[in-house]
Design a binder for this molecule. Structure first.
Ligand SMILES: [Zn+2]
Length: 218
């Protein structure tokens, strides 16, 4: 039963956080939100939505990818406090997607997620539960695909098919919510939406914790 303490720890991290997701400072017990007052103030207003653009994927971001929000997301990627999830849920719009939508996520690179949590999956699970929508692994990622981390915006925009993403069949006419932690250039989410539409999705909308400021203008 080696998984039980881990699961218990991540659950208590969500419900009774002990550390601020932005700065790592200790928090008083039983605070409902894993952010200290300072980092919460600096996490900024809701970033809002972005339009689909040509062949792209419209979506919504809970915050701008900078400061404590950025640190919280990077910490969650490393298996730290799930403060990014709490931030997303706190700001999630109630009319996220039409009834009957399916929630899915952009899988992390298989080599990155060996022995580490898949940040997108954890976020999508929380969103699905909150929205009362089913969660399905509609996207796959080949271990032969390219990793995005450490690449420049220009490199990310080029050749998205080299990410190694593919979509499983989607029930025809279903709307899909794709959850990810960060939208940097939008290339990955646009490509995921294209694959999901080709697999049968009627409409694809993205939900992310944070978007790079520049990506909201595109
Ligand atoms: Zn803090």
């Amino acid at each position: 039963m080696r998984t039980l303490p881990l699961a218990t720890r991540s659950l208590s991290g969500l419900v009774l956080p002990q550390r601020c997701g932005g700065c790592g400072d200790a928090l008083p017990p039983a605070v409902p939100d894993p952010w200290c007052v300072h980092c919460r103030d600096r996490s900024g207003p809701v970033a809002g939505g972005w339009p689909a653009g040509r062949d792209g994927c419209a979506g919504w971001a809970a915050a701008i990818y900078r400061g404590p929000v950025r640190r919280g997301i990077l910490a969650a990627k490393r298996g730290g406090p799930q403060a990014a999830t709490a931030l997303l849920l706190r700001r999630l719009p109630p009319d996220l997607a039409p009834p009957g939508s399916i929630v899915t996520w952009v899988p992390g690179h298989p080599l990155r997620t060996v022995g580490a949590p898949d940040a997108g999956r954890a976020l999508a699970t929380a969103v699905a539960v909150r929205a009362g929508l089913p969660l399905r692994p509609l996207l796959r990622r080949s271990p032969l695909g390219r990793r995005q981390a450490g690449r420049s915006d220009l490199e990310r925009c080029a050749e998205p098919h080299r990410l190694g993403l593919s979509a499983r069949p989607v029930p025809h006419g279903t709307s899909v919510v794709v959850v990810d932690d960060v939208r940097t250039t939008g290339t990955t989410l646009d490509h995921a939406a294209e694959l999901l539409r080709a697999a049968g999705a009627a409409e694809v909308v993205a939900v992310v914790v944070a978007a790079a400021p520049s990506s909201l203008d595109r």
